[in-house]
Design a protein around this ligand. Structure first.
Ligand code: ZN
Length: 110
């Protein structure tokens, strides 16, 4: 009988400690995920080089100077579609981008 409260106490502290350890583990995992994400910021998803921000017809794109990949986020792609709907600029913009990447055209970087 005197043993029972003590065992309950041990179980309680063991549970509290296990919960504390689980919270610490979760915090460490979240921090590791955040660090991993930060390490990829503005890096080319194909080759890992630093992306350069360039502007074509007022649209911002991220271009990789190593593998020449082009990256648009949702807003940038939507802006390109809207510009094309308004003025058919899409073909001209893509041509300017491709020529800039190849180094064959007049750069419109800004
Ligand atoms: Zn790349």
């Amino acid at each position: 009988m005197p043993d029972k409260p003590s065992r309950n106490e041990e179980e309680y502290f063991a549970r509290v400690e296990a919960e504390r350890a689980a919270r610490l583990r979760q915090s460490a995992e979240i921090e590791a995920q955040m660090a991993e994400r930060r390490s990829h910021f503005m890096k080319c998803p194909r080759c890992g080089a630093d992306l350069k921000i360039e502007h074509y017809s007022g649209i911002e794109v991220e271009r990789c100077p190593e593998c020449h990949g082009l990256w648009f986020d949702e807003g940038e792609a939507q802006r390109l579609v809207e510009l094309n709907a308004a003025s058919g600029v899409m073909g001209g913009t893509f041509r300017a981008i491709v020529e800039a990447v190849r180094g064959t055209g007049k750069s419109r970087k800004s």
